[in-house]
Design a protein around this ligand. Structure first.
Ligand SMILES: [Zn+2]
Length: 162
């Protein structure tokens, strides 16, 4: 049983990485939305028959959550950068146009996924810092992996930063 569980965990981490990488490629290639790119990546990977459709659905939800979480944070950073006081007058209109169009795309992406981005023990997520909602302890994940319980209080809900 333990071996099967380990194997399944390993599989889901590798599926996460495959899905995220392929989704990124598809988004860069064209005008596809996140949903379209993720759906196409899923279809391509499903053809190989290596993963169950249950795994595909679960892991693609993790990827989508992480992309939305990143987009939300990126949007905040872009909004700050567009603050007129921080942009020289001459460069303002061009910079503002570029950053605003990026911000629109990003906020659209962020809104499409769940508003409340949650990270729980047992889920797979990309590298980053998870902060326990209960006790504030931080866990640093260097690579994509399964989220363990809080190392301090054993609770299971986290916020994430990068
Ligand atoms: Zn804790």
């Amino acid at each position: 049983m333990t071996e099967n569980k380990d194997q399944q965990e390993h599989q889901e981490v590798s599926l996460y990485e495959k899905l995220a990488a392929r989704t990124a490629d598809l988004l860069e290639e064209g005008k596809k939305s996140l949903d379209e790119a993720l759906k196409k990546a899923k279809e391509e990977i499903a053809k190989a028959g290596e993963f169950s459709s249950e795994q595909m659905d679960r892991v693609s939800a993790y990827v989508k959550r992480d992309v939305a979480d990143n987009a939300e944070k990126a949007t905040e950073a872009v909004k700050k950068a567009v603050d007129p006081q921080r942009v020289a007058a001459g460069a303002q209109s061009m910079m503002a146009r570029i950053l605003n169009s990026a911000a629109d795309a990003l906020s659209d992406l962020a809104e499409k996924a769940e508003k409340q981005v949650e990270f729980k023990t047992g889920e797979v997520t990309s590298a980053g810092t998870l902060t326990c909602k209960e006790c504030g302890a931080e866990m640093h994940m260097k690579t994509t992996g399964r989220i363990p319980p809080c190392s301090k209080c054993k609770k299971t809900q986290f916020r994430k930063s990068y």
